[in-house]
Design a protein around this ligand. Structure first.
Ligand SMILES: NC(=O)c1ccc[n+]([C@@H]2O[C@H](COP(=O)([O-])OP(=O)(O)OC[C@H]3O[C@@H](n4cnc5c(N)ncnc54)[C@H](O)[C@@H]3O)[C@@H](O)[C@H]2O)c1
Length: 311
């Protein structure tokens, strides 16, 4: 057990790097459901950002020295990077060299792409796990549910997010955001071609996340099978984010497409955050934080198993 007591030894130290919109939500998520993790540091480069204030209120140590502060901490094994795609490209090699696992919430795509309910278990051994984007986390489980029934030529996601929930770091990398989402629809969703469309809504109070997923299966799929598979995926996602829900039954149709007249499947979802008002309703923050927590827990369990082997 070493210098720590047995209880601390059963926990893995984690840090949140980047305490903006999504980093702040993740700090709350780790407070509410830490699993085998202990949040030991929240670090940003902006000493005045809201997330550092929140962490201090919760009694978590903070720093405004960015990644440097994280690298100094031998008691931190897992780093959640919620900075920006370009910053993570810089952080990735340094975290790896320091022997720390990264859970990357940015669309940098430097690491292994993972969506918890689709392929996370296979990714837990990676030292840099990339969570793509919130539309990807919402849409890919649905696309995968449909492509398990038969191959698909195309998958598209159109997501509306509240502008107030999307910080400057997200806006600076919209191209990476849409590119990694489209890539995820193909590589993890199983569609031959993927496309992602993002709409930012300035409405006040901020709107809940809304995503429509379109799939063009190669050949007709049975309506009952599709509805059953989609409902099962929604039920699984609700265990992660209770406000993830269908806006109506999946719509099966036949339409003219670039591949000729084809069957189509359209699934419309709301993702309502668990908070009371304002940004609390923005399910994009909930889904990203929940996916990050699940990924962190998988890696924490792996770290604990390797500690037992060493002991
Ligand atoms: N907002 C969302 O719904 C959402 C959901 C999932 C993933 N993401 C991704 O998470 C990342 C953060 O998004 P956001 O909306 O929270 O942006 P944001 O601008 O609100 O937050 C980014 C924070 O990171 C800090 N930062 C920037 N560079 C840094 C560095 N090198 N070291 C330490 N801190 C640094 C900034 O000071 C800021 O506090 C983006 O890559 C975005 O694509 C956002």
């Amino acid at each position: 057990v070493g210098p720590q007591g047995p209880e601390e030894a059963a926990l893995v130290g984690v840090a949140v790097l980047g305490a903006g919109s999504v980093g702040s939500r993740l700090v709350r998520e780790l407070r509410d459901a830490p699993g085998h993790m202990e949040l030991r540091l929240v670090s940003d480069v902006d000493a005045g950002c809201d997330g550092l204030g929140l962490a201090r209120e919760l009694g978590v140590e903070t720093s405004s020295s960015g990644v440097e502060a994280v690298l100094e901490r031998a008691d931190v094994a897992i780093v959640f990077d919620a900075t920006s795609a370009s910053a993570h490209v810089e952080h990735a090699g340094r975290l790896r060299a320091a022997g720390k696992a990264a859970i990357d919430l940015t669309p940098s795509a430097t690491g292994a792409l993972a969506v918890p309910l689709v392929n996370l278990a296979e990714r837990a051994r990676e030292d840099d796990i990339n969570l793509l984007s919130c539309p990807a986390q919402v849409a890919i489980p649905i696309v995968r549910a449909v492509t398990r029934l038969g191959p698909a030529l195309y998958a598209e996601t159109v997501s509306t997010l509240a502008s107030a929930s999307v910080g400057p770091a997200t806006r600076r990398h919209i191209d990476e955001f849409t590119a990694v989402t489209a890539r995820g629809l193909e590589e993890l969703g199983g569609a031959e071609h993927g496309k992602s469309i993002l709409i930012l809504s300035p409405a006040e109070p901020p709107v809940a996340m809304r995503t429509t997923v379109y799939v063009v299966p190669e050949v007709a799929v049975g309506e009952q099978e599709v509805v059953g598979a989609v409902r099962a995926a929604v039920a699984e996602m609700q265990r992660l984010v209770p406000g993830y829900r269908l806006r109506g039954e999946p719509v099966l149709d036949e339409k003219d497409t670039p591949w000729g007249r084809r069957p189509t499947v359209a699934v419309s979802l709301d993702v309502v955050g668990a908070g009371d008002a304002g940004l609390g309703r923005c399910g994009n923050l909930d889904v990203a934080a929940a996916a990050a927590r699940l990924a962190g827990e998988e890696v924490a369990l792996r770290v604990l198993r390797s500690r037992q082997v060493v002991a």
